[in-house]
Design a protein around this ligand. Sequence first.
Ligand code: SF4
Length: 446
Amino acid sequence: MNEDAPEYAVNPCKVCAPLGASLAFKGVAGAVPLLHGSQGCATYIRRYLISHFRDPVDIASSSFDEMAAVFGGRDSLTRALDNVTTSYAPALIGVATTCLSESIGDDVADILRHYQPAEGRDCARVHVSTPSYAGTHLDGYYATVLALVQALAEGGPALDLVDLFPGIVCPEDLRWLKRTARQFGLEPCLLPDYSDTLDGGQWTEYCRLPPGGTTLAQIKQAGRARASVELGWSQGARETAGRYLNRDFGIPCHGLGLPVGIEATDAFLAALCRISGRPVPGELEAERARLLDAYADAHKVLAGQRAVVFGDEDTAIALALFLAEIGVTPALVASGGTGALAAVGAAFPALQGLDATFLPDTDFGRLGEAARLARPTLLVGHSKGSKLARELDLPLVRVGFPVHDRFGAARLTTLGYAGSHRLFDDMVNGILADRQAKSSIGYFYF
Ligand code: SF4
């Protein structure tokens, strides 16, 4: 915890942990997230995810009433499991706890152990503890990925697989991760994979469970991969899916940041080269050359720019490193998370010596005050910063989660050379549009 943080939050710079759990469960084929607690939590999270992904998101709830809140939610959860099993015939029910069920101390593991499904209606059940007062949506997301792997992964003879465990990225970036692994001759076990379940095509008939997602068979095989690659710095020394597989199944784990920009993408591709024994494909080399060319073309626009960056810790750190790489000072790097951000300035040589302030465990109240002192020319982060951008009269380049006030959040790519190129163009054009709008004479040639 940040000792200096006040005991209240004004517009928090994070979302709640069961939201991250729900997102991760939505990336498993045939899975239904079930929140153990009151119905409002599920409604709020559904609404939040739908506004970002613009696809249907079913999240079940054990719908606590007053009796459950006082005497425990065993009966409520048992009823909810029955209802979900009957209504959806799911492959997996992902049970995540909410603040209320955690506070009263429901023993969900025990409830699930003793649960008896109706005959012929059994399915996998995975439980994750996600009290929101103890973590952010990103923490809930990672805890769920770990719980899935712990519950389902099995060992056996090695396969030509690579386990990919990314932080929260957009569906188009998930597709890029799978494509890239295949370019190296590796079959990806990407967990979670909500690229189809939350960004699918039009249906001719209503589907209760959208197609797509990582199958249970794929998760089982995670224990037989050649290696795993975890993308995101936020978890620090905590237990993760990659570390668990390393310890229990001997699978080498490559811990990297999100591959945003040249250096971080080089590191990701170098890991795939080592795992596969193959060189970087020419197509990716060409994308790298085009991105470098863009850096050179736009350097005059970016010179002297100072950015305020905010988002979950994986994203905020990756963006800060990307900004430093393209010559923009990450003047303020902020997140609602309490894990890695505080130590990041010391950890990355690329961020040392810059006039950069790191603000962990923050809300938009304190972020706004710090942003005014940082003299920014640009904001980079999710759409919860749009009010601040308006107050400061600065452009906001939207990236990360959530993006509720623009269309196409599923395609706001940041990963790889091509994804970074899209982000780079957005930043440069955001600055140009701002200059144009504020110029008394206007200009039309760059
Ligand atoms: S009560 Fe807790 S779990 Fe429910 S929506 Fe609020 S923060 Fe999230």
